[in-house]
Design a protein around this ligand. Structure first.
Ligand code: UN1
Length: 517
């Protein structure tokens, strides 16, 4: 018998999905996912080992050829059907995202909507997937280009966007005629199962999509084995820059170029002519929304010295009055950290606060508990993994806190005197994902766009909130220049093949038989 108030019910077990069936073995051990707002178990992941990962890749490879032979418009119809199913289950899927990772339900709905939008975009792409006809330098000869699927795509995603970011890979990869092995975050087994089921119910042939629950090091070993055996043709990875670098090295040894979407230290510049209330709203959302657990979360606000104190005063007021707590409420700015690991990592980053910094935004730092309370808190502080919001002012360019991704509800504020200083603060951390500027002057906005090293630039909008049909990705430590979403991701999941067709009836040699006028 359990102690009073403790549930003895075992959570549901979820294994990997390989070749059209759910496995019930756990060669890599077990892991319980926990509702981070309530501390209750959600599901138990039956983890795979490296061998099972490689087996999933082999199964995918065997299924890929037949899938590639399905006409692209028909594959597009399948994507359309996946989108329809996701839409019909939007509320349930959003509720599950909220339950397993603590994302506020309004944002979970937005995340599911992003999946629907991605499906809508790529369903139509099935009828385009254009190649080209290209003129030849020789007479009686025609050149063509075709997009060819790469083969098997191994996709490894993080748990902070457990359905939207996977959809950015899975949907275009499948549309292009690839088979996919997806390794979701091992601490989101219930979401991974539900998401996989939606793809399967749309009618995807067995083996074309495999889902492997494994921890990071095991997946890395599995990937290594599968690459050596020629079972993987493209890796897609969203996660930390440190792991991304290791994946890049591994892929490079097999002459592969992975699609890497990594960390960020995203700046938001406030010019003297900015609408300060709008800038505060943007900083609040991108700094503290989802508890700062996005790769596009705001890192440092870089404020013109003439408006610095006023901006800080308003930002502090906004953060203090924001509702933090139970993610099932419609009004919370943010809920708990995704898991104990995310909370612990965030708390470690609080050590980056130095003696010259000043804290704002809250009455405490670290975890919100009864002993370390926060005014206006709306949740079960003892059971949930809630963290105080923290604003740190007095940040300088060479501070660790200005250069390190913190992945939690902490935002730095730095002052600048000249535009060059603002650009240096915005760039010198080495990441290059997303950057925002608040200004009423078009010239400032365009100069910023030109000089900031970021894959995505916002003017008078926050650093987060990408749209499903714009290129997504970063430079420097944020990635390897690959881009996701929209038509640009097609270059990740297809390779260009050219064909030349000579109807001259004699051998024409390029460069030699070229007519010179
Ligand atoms: C991520 O955090 O990995 O731009 C992606 C955004 C989201 C995607 C973030 N739609 O905020």
């Amino acid at each position: 018998m359990g102690t009073p108030g403790t549930s003895t019910r075992r959570p549901r077990e979820i294994g990997s999905f390989i070749g059209g069936t759910w496995r019930d073995d756990a060669p890599g051990g077990r892991l319980t996912s926990v509702d981070p707002a309530r501390g209750e178990p959600v599901a138990e992941a039956l983890l795979a080992d490296a061998g099972l990962f490689a087996e999933a890749c082999r199964t995918a490879q065997a299924a890929q050829r037949a899938w590639a032979a399905v006409p692209a418009p028909v594959r597009g119809r399948m994507i359309e059907q996946i989108g329809r199913l996701v839409e019909a289950n939007k509320e349930a899927l959003a509720a599950l995202v909220t339950r397993e990772i603590g994302k506020p339900v309004t944002e979970s709905r937005g995340e599911v909507q992003e999946v629907i939008d991605t499906c809508a975009f790529f369903a139509g792409e099935g009828r385009r997937l254009y190649g080209q006809t290209v003129p030849s330098e020789m007479p009686d000869k025609q050149l063509f280009t075709f997009r060819v699927p790469v083969g098997v795509a191994a996709i490894v995603t993080a748990g902070n966007f457990p359905v939207a970011v996977p959809s950015w890979y899975l949907v275009p990869a499948l549309l292009c005629g690839n088979a996919v092995v997806w390794k979701p975050a091992e601490y989101t087994p219930a979401i991974a199962e539900a998401f996989t089921e939606l793809f399967v119910h749309a009618g995807l042939p067995a083996g074309v999509l495999g889902t492997v629950l494994a921890d990071g090091p095991t997946a890395f070993d599995g990937l290594s084995t599968a690459l050596a055996a020629g079972l993987v043709d493209k890796i897609g990875f969203t996660g930390s820059s440190a792991v991304g670098m290791r994946i890049g090295e591994l892929a490079g040894r097999h002459l592969q170029s992975p699609c890497l979407e990594l960390g960020g230290k995203n700046p938001l510049v406030v010019m003297p002519d900015a609408d300060l209330d709008l800038a505060v709203e943007g900083a609040l959302f991108s700094g503290f929304g989802t508890a700062g657990q996005r790769c596009t979360s705001l890192g440092t606000v870089i404020v013109d010295a003439s408006v610095h104190d006023e901006f800080l005063r308003r930002f502090d007021t906004a953060v203090r009055s924001a509702v933090i707590g139970d993610p099932t409420r419609e009004d919370v700015l943010y809920g708990p950290m995704i898991s104990q690991r995310f909370l612990a990592s965030f708390e470690k980053h609080l050590g980056l606060i130095g003696p010259h910094h000043v804290l704002h935004g809250s009455t405490g730092t670290g975890r919100i508990t009864a002993a370390n309370p926060r005014r206006g808190f709306a949740g079960d502080a003892e059971a949930g993994l809630y963290a105080h919001p923290t604003i740190v002012s007095g940040v300088r360019g060479d501070d660790e806190i200005a250069r390190t991704e913190t992945f939690g509800p902490i935002v730095g504020v730095a002052a600048f005197e000249t535009f060059d200083e603002a650009i240096a603060l915005a760039n010198d951390h080495g990441y290059g994902l997303s950057a925002a500027i608040y200004t009423e002057t078009p010239a400032h906005a365009f100069r910023f766009r030109e000089r900031v090293s970021a894959g995505m630039v916002s003017v008078n909008n926050s650093t987060s909130g990408a749209e499903a049909h714009l290129p997504f990705g970063g430079n420097g430590r944020s990635g390897n220049g690959s881009r996701q979403s929209g038509i640009w991701v097609l270059d990740q999941f297809t390779r260009w093949q050219s064909m030349n067709w000579d109807y001259a009836g004699r051998l024409q040699k390029a460069q030699t038989d070229t007519a010179v006028l």
